[in-house]
Design a binder for this molecule. Structure first.
Ligand SMILES: [Zn+2]
Length: 128
């Protein structure tokens, strides 16, 4: 679990934890937030296994958004008691604000479903 969280939140290759998955580390760099390396710059792991591979990340994104809705709706119902219009404005604003972050986290989670950490591949920097 620690391996997966490190890879997802540090933008690191799930296989070696050395190379970056996305070219820019800044999710709010709007020109490059979606640009990915085709293979890991360190261990050579290919990220897009087949055409359309990242369609699955949309399901992860959907799950994250449903989770965000449930958490914020529950918090509003029991703690803040804002009316529905104010709640919807808050919900839409946060979804738009976190859109690029959700995109990247979804793809990184999707990659971590299929690529496991490999201690042999993590030595890729030492060899070069
Ligand atoms: Zn790698």
């Amino acid at each position: 679990m620690k391996d997966i969280l490190y890879s997802v939140f540090k933008n690191k290759c799930p296989s070696c934890h050395k190379g970056n998955v996305f070219i820019s580390n800044n999710p709010y760099n709007l020109k490059e937030f979606d640009k990915m390396h085709q293979t890991c710059t360190c261990c050579g792991e290919k990220y897009e296994k087949e055409p359309g591979y990242f369609y699955g990340a949309m399901y992860v994104s959907y799950g994250l958004m449903v989770g965000w809705f449930v958490i914020t709706w529950t918090a509003n119902a029991f703690l803040f008691n804002a009316d529905i219009i104010n709640y919807l404005i808050f919900l839409i604003a946060t979804i738009v604000l976190f859109m690029t972050l959700t995109f990247r986290i979804s793809r990184l989670i999707w990659l971590n479903f299929f690529i496991k950490f490999d201690t042999e591949k993590s030595k890729c920097l030492e060899e070069k």
